[in-house]
Design a protein around this ligand. Structure first.
Ligand code: FES
Ligand code: FES
Length: 397
């Protein structure tokens, strides 16, 4: 049992809570805020969506202890919110609900969409809503309700409207790289070699709707050795458990990767192109693929830049991962837990490069088949969750 202090709907709260209790149960059972509905309890349906520090989260896969010192807002906390009042009315007018079970989560997500995308068209609304499932309405009424509120806001802005939340990036929905994926089998004619300028300007920097994660790791080997290694695609693939390189010519590649995150499994197959700037020791891998389980699509750029440290004895690899998910998996793309997961994945990748450069096999690459070794499955998820809990309680082991 731990003591946490947080704000729920502008009210300061101090509570004893078991570490394993998720936020949804904590809100409903401890604080009787039953407007937060629980559907799947697997992070899939979005019925349990609440705001934590202004960001929509799935309360069923967020531990209550992880919300210590944070601001939680449930559907009950929007009573005085003019935007939510308009959304509620519009949902009624446009038949955006039937049984109402999904509605609290839908309204919170709708409010998030309206704040972030004041010019959203129907495609954008549908994309952003893809993480909220409704078993009754067929979505037509929900989408119409949100469109009507957006149109009304142009005529009748809300005087004291809260400032729109920062949009990490800014993009159109039609991600051109999907066409690149479809048109870029390894045997296709290759694009012109990238210039240094192209490498130095990651394409994702300007794109809306993409998530960007920066991180770095240090490898205890000289820069030239690490740079050469990073250009050897089969060796790099061996450092990614679950990844399988199907075809490559040193610059373009086709491959697949199996990932398991909690209850979600994905098998992405796709194509990528590596652009390397040997002078700057900087590279960008641009890729796109599709998950054959959920039919979700992903676009991603991985940029890495090497710099020498410790008088040349070691190398820092700075990694920027930018990605956009479309389809059922899109709901996870902005989750803090997923960002932690990706950071852990990058650190794990660095450890495997170190092992390979040191002459030992990457732990899972030597196991039966990298293709069947899903990316660190539950172990990594639990290490992420455990590290969050340790952070909360003063990093005890
Ligand atoms: S109950 Fe949380 S996502 Fe379904
Ligand atoms: S209105 Fe019934 S689940 Fe959405």
């Amino acid at each position: 049992m731990s003591v946490i202090e947080l704000t729920i709907n502008d009210r300061s709260v101090r509570s004893d809570v078991e570490s394993r209790v998720h936020l949804g149960d904590f809100l409903r059972e401890t604080h009787h805020l039953t407007g937060t509905h629980l559907g799947c309890e697997h992070g899939v349906c979005g019925a349990c969506t609440v705001l934590v520090d202004g960001e929509p989260v799935r309360s069923c896969i967020t531990f209550a202890v992880a919300c210590d010192q944070q601001k939680v807002r449930t559907i009950e906390g929007f009573d005085d919110d003019e935007l939510m009042r308009r959304l509620r009315r519009s949902f009624s007018i446009h038949h955006g609900l039937q049984c109402g079970y999904c509605t609290p989560g839908m309204l919170i997500t709708a409010s998030d969409i309206v704040r972030r995308f004041p010019d959203a068209d129907e495609a954008r609304i549908r994309l952003e809503l893809s993480g909220n499932l409704c078993r009754c309405t067929g979505y037509m009424g929900i989408v119409a309700a949100i469109k009507a509120v957006l149109a009304d806001l142009k005529e009748n802005p809300i005087a004291d409207a809260p400032v729109a939340r920062k949009v990490v990036s800014d993009a159109t929905i039609a991600a051109p790289a999907f066409e690149t994926f479809a048109a870029a089998p390894a045997s296709a004619p290759q694009a012109a070699a990238p210039t240094a300028a192209a490498v130095s300007e990651p394409a994702g920097a300007q794109r809306k709707g993409w998530t960007a994660i920066d991180d770095s790791f240090v490898v205890p080997f000289p820069l030239d050795q690490v740079w050469t290694f990073m250009g050897d695609l089969p060796s790099v693939a061996r450092c990614l458990p679950g990844a399988e390189l199907l075809d490559h010519d040193g610059e373009s590649l086709k491959g697949k990767i199996a990932i398991k995150f909690g209850p979600m499994s994905a098998n992405f197959a796709g194509a990528a192109r590596l652009e390397r700037d040997d002078a700057a020791h900087r590279a960008v891998m641009r890729g796109a693929g599709q998950d054959n389980i959920s039919r979700s699509r992903a676009n991603g750029d991985v940029t890495y830049a090497l710099s020498s440290e410790a008088n040349g004895a070691q190398t820092r690899v700075a990694v920027t991962l930018e990605y956009m998910l479309q389809g059922p998996l899109a709901q996870f793309s902005r989750s803090g837990l997923v960002k932690d997961f990706v950071r852990r994945m990058i650190a794990d990748f660095g450890a495997r490069i170190t092992a390979q450069l040191g002459g030992s096999d990457a732990p899972e690459a030597s196991a039966a088949s990298a293709a069947s070794a899903k990316f660190n499955a539950g172990g990594l998820v639990w290490s992420v969750i455990w590290s969050r809990i340790k952070q909360l309680f003063g990093k005890r082991d």
